[in-house]
Write a protein that binds this ligand. Structure first.
Ligand code: TXA
Ligand code: MG
Length: 325
């Protein structure tokens, strides 16, 4: 664990300085529309290695490469299959990560030795400005220690990584709040490898039927694909607000739209009083970070309706719960 603090700069005015840090092999945490990323020059194997070190991330877990603009894709990877090109056209910039062949310019450490590479263009102006100013593709996983909650605020990054990161760009809370959807569209039918901020329904509408196989493909092991992941430090289980008999501890409740009418809850977080899964996704990790800090002995989380981005929320909650069982 690092004890010191990183330099925190505003996401607007800090870009030139942060870009210089990236160019010289440093680590910059920056906001995207999904979660904060921990960025390094994707062309520089030593810089990429620092990401794995800072996150205590296993080397078998490949990174996502971020580009400033969809127009930069051909220059890096050459031609892509038509279905991949169609998804780029339709959803970039946006919370969709696509699988392509790894180009020779990207060192194998970035893809954990895989012949493929995950790539996306974030829909956040400061992120795109940062990548453009750095002038290199930026490898960036979520800016949290491996297995822990993803950061949706600069404060989460500072608390989690300390001075293991050189600079944190603070752009306030992220808009989507959960990670990008990862799709491999190189074969006959696109495969969703990780449920995320772009709903499956939107993919189907754009390209027809897709297979949803989060984490089932064995290799690579996606962080989002590990059975146990996205975990708060406090034990979490899925459940309802019915008081559990004989339970004496201080418990926290994560509600979808309504505060529990009864029960002895030490802390309650309501994700979306209006019952909107998109709003709930934007607040999910922030609410879990707060419950984690509330000194409760257990977090009970209520599943949300399993449609749209709600599927990705439930996926995150199940994986968080799996850490404790
Ligand atoms: O929204 C996001 O995607 C955020 C922001 C920062 O862009 N990034 C993010 O990165 O969530 P991370 O490292 O937490 O998750 C990256 C995921 C992992 O599950 C990894 O295994 C998968 O991408 N991945 C990377 N390269 C892959 C590949 N070649 N094939 C399949 N999955 C891959
Ligand atoms: Mg992650």
């Amino acid at each position: 664990m690092s004890s010191g603090s990183p330099r925190v700069l505003p996401a607007g005015s800090g870009i030139a300085e942060a870009a210089a840090v990236l160019r010289t092999g440093g680590l910059v945490a920056f906001p995207t529309e999904t979660v904060y990323g921990l960025g390094a020059n994707a062309l520089d194997a030593r810089a990429a290695a620092r990401i794995f070190e800072a996150k205590a991330r296993p080397s078998f877990d490949p990174l996502i490469t971020h580009l400033a603009d969809a127009a930069d894709l051909p220059g890096l990877v050459g031609a892509v299959p038509p279905a991949v090109a169609a998804l780029v056209e339709r959803f970039w910039p946006g919370p969709l990560t696509l699988i392509v062949d790894r180009p020779a310019a990207i060192p194998p450490i970035v893809t954990s030795g895989l012949a493929t590479m995950a790539v996306r263009v974030p829909d956040e102006p400061s992120a795109r400005a940062l990548i453009a100013a750095a002038g290199v593709p930026v490898a960036a996983p979520s800016a949290n220690r491996f297995g822990q909650l993803s950061p949706t605020r600069a404060e989460h990054v500072v608390a989690g990584l300390g001075d293991a990161v050189d600079v944190v760009l603070d752009g306030g809370p992220t808009r989507c709040g959960i990670e990008s959807t990862i799709v491999d569209a190189r074969g006959d039918r696109p495969v969703v490898l990780r449920l995320g901020a772009l709903p499956v329904e939107a993919l189907v509408e754009a390209v027809g039927p897709v297979d949803v196989r989060p984490g089932s493909s064995g290799q690579p092991v996606a962080p989002g694909g590990l059975a146990a992941h996205y975990a708060p430090r406090t034990p979490l289980r899925l459940g309802t607000a019915e008081p559990a008999p004989g339970d004496g501890g201080r418990r926290g409740f994560l509600a979808f739209r309504e505060r529990p009418a009864a029960g002895d809850w030490a802390a309650v977080e309501v994700l979306s009083p209006e019952g909107d899964p998109t709003v709930a996704a934007a607040r999910l990790f922030d609410a879990l970070h707060r419950l984690d800090a509330a000194g409760v002995t257990e977090i009970v989380a209520e599943p949300v309706p399993d449609v749209g981005v709600g599927r990705a929320i439930n996926d995150r909650l199940r994986r968080a719960a799996a850490t404790w069982h």
